[in-house]
Design a binder for this molecule. Structure first.
Ligand code: NAD
Length: 469
């Protein structure tokens, strides 16, 4: 197992900002509030480091495999810190770290071909040679800080780029620690983490030294990032919000799938881009589905992520809790019925009871927008066409799922969903080897698998005449 130089986070002087534990609502630590003017030097160093890093694919593989080992060794430090600032149960933090190490290994070993011949019948020998882009900027949200950081840096670095990555100010600490663990296994300045408030992200996205901006977050911020990157015409990859529908078919066995469906909606407190955010049930099964989900919502153990009994942690931050409360209140004002939850818990921290809403007007924002929290509306449908039309009837198109006993029939319905990934009888499971791309406003560009690697490369073509015989 490779060792890393050190994973001590360097102590910086200067301004710092408080990081809040969502289980208490109180600050528990601080992170550096870096000034956007620091980016010139940071991006400059990333550019200088790129010239060596890009040159030797074998050395990259070895270094990234060493980084994966180092992440696992650091798991016992990373997991509690992640839970403390993000809120998720500790076991899920460990899963996130395992996934981070696995992704590093996957991309370390996934190499693009050195060259590919082009044959089109002309007397020219053409060859594509894949080239890295240069310094890449990554900006990520607070729901899966480590997993999403690695989704950015593993393919970018494997492709021969360097990276400057900015986590959310709600979750800077575990990402800084991860960054120092990974960076210690790599040459200097190949990966740099910067932390701070806006306009740090905006300045990073529009920095003239950046060749590719890869962003994960909300649609509105994604649009701002794309506008910023347009200044230097940097390439842009956007992984944005989702409002995934789950369509239950007439032949679904409700009790058999209810646990899976519930956790597909509520894992990480519903703060998953591709969580189930709306459930469509046939009118005949409607009450049964509502009741099955409500029973589970009432039984779930909600608490601090560090408590070993906890199944569901708090919402990550106060503005997000406010959004969840206001979507719920508006739906209730419009006639929705609260079948489980529906309110904040009477304790410190950002806890919201797991909530199932029935009889929700289909144009209520909790249905048409992304609630990104522990609240799920269940809607009845008459005909299957109606259900598919409703599922496709938003600007989002990240994922969707179809649940039923006849798998061929379910797959035929899944084919009709306008989204990047459609699941049958489950939801939100991804393979490292698959392309991950939203349709409509859920994203631009492709991450994951070899598509993710090529997204960090550019084709460079050499033409030369065939040798004369
Ligand atoms: P957000 O858009 O508010 O913030 C995302 C990041 O952008 C943060 O680091 C933030 O500090 C930064 N940022 C804010 N303003 C910026 C600006 N003007 N320029 C550049 N950067 C800026 O999103 P959030 O609330 O942190 O995360 C939740 C959203 O992320 C949800 O919509 C969720 O669906 C989405 N998400 C998508 C995926 C995916 O793969 N499609 C994965 C996870 C989360």
């Amino acid at each position: 197992m490779a060792t890393h130089r050190s994973h001590q986070v360097p102590v910086l002087v200067g301004k710092r900002f408080a990081v809040v534990d969502p289980a208490t609502g109180e600050p528990f630590d601080e992170a550096p509030d870096q000034h956007p003017d620091e980016l010139d030097a940071v991006v400059g160093r990333a550019h200088a480091a790129w010239h060596t890093w890009r040159a030797d694919p074998g050395a990259r593989t070895t270094a990234l495999l060493g980084a994966a080992d180092a992440v696992e060794v650091a798991g016992a430090d990373l997991a509690p810190l992640l839970t403390r600032e993000q809120g998720k149960p500790l076991a899920e933090s460990y899963q996130e770290i395992a996934r981070t190490a696995a992704r590093l290994r996957y991309f370390a070993e996934l190499t693009a071909p050195q060259s590919q011949p082009i044959t089109d019948g002309r007397p020219v020998r053409g060859e594509v040679r894949w080239r890295p882009l240069g310094p890449v900027a990554a900006i990520i949200p607070w729901n899966f800080p480590l997993q999403l950081a690695s989704a950015k840096f593993a393919p970018a670095l494997a492709a021969g780029n360097t990276m400057v990555l900015k986590p959310s100010p709600f979750t800077p600490l575990a990402t800084r620690l991860l960054g120092s663990v990974v960076a210690a296994a790599l040459p200097d300045d190949v990966l740099t983490i910067v932390t701070g408030h806006e306009p740090l992200g905006a300045r990073l996205a529009s920095h003239p030294g950046i060749r590719h901006v890869t962003f994960t977050g909300s649609i509105t911020t994604g649009q701002a990032v794309a506008r910023g990157a347009a200044a230097s015409l940097a390439r842009v990859t956007l992984e944005l919000g989702g409002n995934d529908a789950a369509i239950l078919l007439e032949d679904v066995e409700v009790e058999r799938i209810a646990d899976r469906l519930f956790w597909a909606a509520f894992r990480n407190c519903g703060q998953v881009c591709m969580a189930v955010k709306r459930v469509y049930a046939p009118a005949r099964l409607y009450s049964h589905v509502v009741e099955a989900l409500a029973q589970r919502a009432k039984a779930v153990v909600v608490g601090a992520g560090l408590d070993p009994d906890t199944q569901l942690g708090p919402v990550n931050n106060a503005p997000q809790l406010g959004r969840v409360e206001s979507y719920t209140a508006q739906a209730v004002a419009e006639g929705a019925r609260v079948v489980a939850g529906g309110r904040r818990l009477d304790r410190p921290g950002y806890f919201f009871a797991p909530t199932i809403l029935a009889d929700v007007p289909p144009d209520s924002p909790v249905v048409t927008e992304e609630q990104f929290g522990p609240v799920v509306p269940v809607l009845p449908y008459g005909s299957l066409d109606e259900a598919v039309e409703a599922a496709n009837g938003t600007n989002f198109g990240l994922g969707g799922s179809v649940w039923g006993s006849d798998l061929d029939r379910a797959e035929a319905v899944a084919e009709r969903l306008e989204c990047g990934t459609a699941w049958i009888n489950h939801h939100a499971e991804l393979s490292l080897a698959q392309p991950f791309a939203g349709s409509k406003r859920s994203g631009v560009g492709v991450a994951g698998g070899s598509w993710g690697l090529y997204g960090n490369l550019r084709p460079f073509v050499v033409h030369r005449p065939q040798e004369e015989a």
